[in-house]
Write a protein that binds this ligand. Structure first.
Ligand SMILES: *Cc1c(COP(=O)(O)O)cnc(C)c1O
Length: 429
């Protein structure tokens, strides 16, 4: 069962949580109980595939609330490798970018799509509405593309998304409709919120959100933390895990894994100049503010929605949060230097988001003697060719699944940032 972070509505089952996105009291859904996992799950086994691990972890998370949908969703979400690559003897990189859109969001989006499809009780229409600043659009578009009876509408700020990112969700066509909004990402999010507040509209078109407020994106992300730690040497004493963060869904999943018994000593919340969370950890003051643009644009979030989940997980107790979590923020200059330095020293090319993660890990390891560190690589460097070229003077090879989109025509529509315009669009067939 799933409960709201605000605790003012009754618990719901998985499918209700997936379909409604936000809880009726405005809170976010969280698993009602987090049991400790069997220790055996936390150890590597050469006989267990990633999909097997995923099925067992998700069964532990969902327990009896186990729709027949689960196996299908697991197969859909974990059909690409997630390797742990050593950079030095103390630093490992968990590569989460081997899915279709080359970013970690593929895991959550594909699980959500698989679960929603398998759980559909009838043939009523379903509309998935999502705002994207870049990476969510590609992951959601690829996850839902071609699925029967589901219409996907992706709102993006026109002119503010990189060409590679844009191609990933505007060239598929079919049941995936991309709409450039003449406004900012905040305008897009406002429109999505407005649509969800219209209960009549929601019922009429079966509206669901695929943004990271949806707990269906969160749950499968717990899996790869367990998968990563299981691959470290079994005598590893202290483990530090760094997560490049924007909306903090990824980090929330890591903290859920720790609550379920994953032996991670500390997490690092690594951010760019959008440092609301590091500042909160330092000063105790929570000051959401408009985002500023950086080279790691998927983390340009000024009011991270999943912080509400983290606070709920720790009953709002900052002392306890600080025990598990360090906050560290970095400038674009530091990010660029890290990409250059890592390429030169280790022959490994990071994307700008993953570079922020590595900076966070290096800073944390410098302060605690014996620890071994894992940092999450959240996107493939080929997704950000301009930034990478500026950092190291060259680009990296573009994987085939990205290259094949080049030259395909964009099918994006355009829209003014008005709720009436969005209603009209959603009601049109
Ligand atoms: C979305 C995204 C992030 C931030 O993840 P959150 O779960 O929102 O904190 C980091 N890196 C990349 C490449 C992303 O696409």
């Amino acid at each position: 069962m799933f409960v709201s972070t605000r605790g003012r509505t009754p618990p719901v089952d998985l499918i209700t949580a997936l379909k409604s996105g936000l809880a009726p009291d405005g809170g976010l859904y969280m698993p009602a109980v987090l049991d400790t996992m069997e220790p055996e799950l936390l150890r590597a086994s050469p006989r267990r595939s990633l999909a097997d691990t995923a099925a067992r972890v998700l069964r532990a998370l969902l327990k009896s609330d186990l729709p027949c949908a689960l196996d299908a969703a697991v197969q859909a979400a974990f059909d690409f490798p997630i390797p742990l690559v050593p950079l030095t003897d103390r630093i490992h990189v968990l590569e989460l970018f081997h899915g279709p859109s080359l970013a970690f969001k593929d895991v959550g989006a594909r699980f959500l799509a698989g679960a929603l499809m398998a759980a559909r009780p009838d043939d009523r229409p379903q509309t998935v509405l999502t705002a994207t600043s870049g990476d969510t659009g590609g992951a959601v578009a690829h996850a839902f593309f071609g699925l029967q009876g589901v219409r996907v509408v992706i709102l993006f700020p026109d002119g503010q998304v990189s060409p590679v990112q844009r191609r990933q969700f505007t060239t598929l066509g079919g049941n995936v409709q991309a709409v450039g909004v003449a406004g900012s990402f905040d305008d897009c999010q406002q429109l999505v919120k407005g649509a969800f507040a219209d209960t009549d509209l929601c019922r009429r078109i079966g509206l669901t959100s695929a943004n990271s407020i949806n707990v269906g994106r969160l749950l499968p992300q717990v899996v790869y933390y367990i998968h990563a730690v299981a691959q470290l040497p079994s005598d590893t004493q202290e483990i530090v895990l760094s997560v490049p963060s924007g909306n903090f869904g990824n980090l929330t999943a890591g903290l859920l894994a720790k609550r379920m018994g994953l032996p991670v000593t500390r997490f690092v919340a690594a951010t760019n100049a959008n440092d609301v969370v590091p500042e909160y950890l330092r000063s105790g003051r929570l000051r959401p503010r408009p985002s500023v643009r950086t080279v790691s644009n998927a983390m340009d979030v000024g009011d991270p929605s999943n912080l509400e989940r983290i606070l709920a997980l720790y009953d709002g107790d900052l002392r306890r949060i600080r025990r598990d979590l360090s906050g560290r923020a970095f400038t674009d200059e530091q990010t660029m230097a890290c990409i250059a330095d890592t390429a030169e020293r280790h022959g490994y090319v990071l994307d700008p988001h993953s570079a922020v993660g590595l900076l966070g890990l290096q800073a944390e390891l410098a302060e605690c003697g014996a620890a071994v560190g894992v940092t999450l690589a959240t996107a493939h460097p080929a997704k950000f060719p301009d930034v990478v070229r500026r950092a190291i003077g060259r680009t990296v090879d573009v994987p085939a699944r990205l290259a094949c989109l080049e030259g395909r025509p964009s099918q994006a529509g355009r829209m003014e940032p008005s709720l009436d315009a969005l209603r009209a669009l959603l009601d049109s067939a």
